[in-house]
Design a protein around this ligand. Structure first.
Ligand SMILES: *[C@@H]1O[C@H](CO)[C@@H](O)[C@H](O)[C@H]1NC(C)=O
Length: 116
């Protein structure tokens, strides 16, 4: 019995080691903290703070795979719906202002399951 437990533990450890590099899925917490400096611009417009563009670039670099982009899409929709003051035309222009090309458009009606 103890032998069996050791085997299971060994297997779990092996899987953790294999899964660790590069497989870190993005979380909504990361998306929110990367974009937190953007909230002023998103709601009121004006100049885009450099910290915000760093966040946008960081997000773009972090969300390279389809599942990560779908997660990011869902998180952005959450951010939009929980911050009623967000101006969507500002949100749409943000990537361009930061010189980032985001290959999909995110609005509150985007179907995140279609994001590639
Ligand atoms: C959103 O921002 C644009 C330009 O920044 C502005 O023209 C428009 O009136 C704003 N819309 C709302 C609903 O505040």
């Amino acid at each position: 019995m103890a032998n069996m437990v050791m085997k299971v533990i060994g297997l779990v450890l092996a899987c953790m080691v294999v899964a660790a590099p590069g497989a870190e899925a993005i979380t909504c917490g990361q998306v929110v903290s990367l974009l937190a400096p953007c909230l002023g611009y998103l709601t009121k417009g004006g100049a885009v703070p450099p910290a915000c563009c760093n966040g946008v670039r960081g997000l773009n670099n972090a969300a390279k795979s389809t599942p990560d982009r779908q997660t990011t899409c869902g998180c952005l929709k959450n951010i939009y719906s929980s911050n009623s003051g967000i101006n969507l035309s500002n949100a749409g222009s943000l990537p361009g202002k930061c010189g980032v090309n985001i290959p999909y458009k995110i609005s509150p009606t985007t179907d995140c399951s279609k994001v590639q």
